[in-house]
Design a protein around this ligand. Structure first.
Ligand SMILES: O=P(O)(O)O[C@H]1O[C@H](CO)[C@@H](O)[C@H]1O
Ligand SMILES: O=c1cc[nH]c(=O)[nH]1
Length: 235
């Protein structure tokens, strides 16, 4: 057991899907994985291991925001030997040409989080980026499955409810596609500890139009993103 994950050694696969929502983790395990078993219920942050196309895959909830996701990424890599992590999350679209339920892969992650400013003593604006091999594979998988997936930069924000929506417009002017709350920390921690990471998202909200999906849809219906992530992580 690590501090926040109740798995015994060997119970977590080297390949892990990481949704923020622990109930999305349960849905993914029950819907997609063969012989899925639960390895952790600590803090209700559910984790499961099963097989996809015969390859061992785990699914671990990470909670919302970079402090929470950092804990799970750190313990998965450093205490359970996880090598590959793909976040499967929801996001708010910043650009007009994205629609609800579109799938986005994050090539890089801008952030307003202070975590990396502390890491680099405020002297470097570190650029958290996806693992190139995983990103390339995910693009190939999406094409093979006939799923349109946008690839581009996103924002990892500390706040879901922002007081500065004007900054979203500025970021969109610079090509930033969407906002979520974990990718910058995931990419940074994976780089630090020599693991590979990718973030694949489904548009659950549209920041410009106000369109949104329900909580049930966010938990149990973002299947294209999950299928891309599963095929990518076992490739
Ligand atoms: O749906 P998940 O994966 O939790 O991701 C997004 O949803 C949460 C906010 O509603 C944040 O965690 C954000 O990153
Ligand atoms: O961080 C997030 C996630 C989903 N939708 C948003 O608007 N923001």
């Amino acid at each position: 057991m690590s501090t926040h994950i109740g798995a015994k050694p060997g119970e977590i696969a080297e390949r892990v899907l990481m949704p923020g929502d622990p109930l999305r983790a349960k849905w993914i395990a029950e819907t997609y994985l063969e012989d899925a078993t639960s390895y952790s219920t600590v803090r209700g942050m559910l984790g499961f291991t099963g097989r996809w196309n015969g390859v061992a895959v785990s699914v671990q909830g990470s909670g919302m925001g970079m402090p929470s996701a950092s804990i799970y990424a750190h313990e998965l890599i450093n205490e359970y030997g996880v090598k590959t992590l793909i976040r499967v999350g929801s996001c708010g679209a910043l650009t007009e040409d994205l629609q609800l339920r579109d799938v986005v892969a994050a090539i890089g992650s801008a952030t307003d989080s202070n975590m990396n400013r502390m890491r680099f003593d405020g002297l470097i604006d570190y650029a958290p980026v996806a693992d190139f091999g995983l990103l390339r594979t995910s693009v190939e998988v999406a094409e093979r499955r006939g799923i349109t997936m946008r690839v581009g930069p996103i924002l990892a924000a500390d706040a879901f409810y922002t007081d500065r929506p004007d900054l979203y417009d500025t970021l969109a002017d610079y090509g930033v596609l969407a906002v979520e709350m974990e990718s910058a920390a995931l990419y940074t921690i994976a780089a630090r500890f020599r693991a590979r990471a990718l973030t694949v998202l489904t548009v659950s909200d549209h920041i410009k139009t106000g369109a949104k999906t329900t909580a049930q849809e966010r938990e149990q219906t973002f299947s294209q993103m999950v299928e891309i992530a599963l095929d990518t992580i076992v490739a």
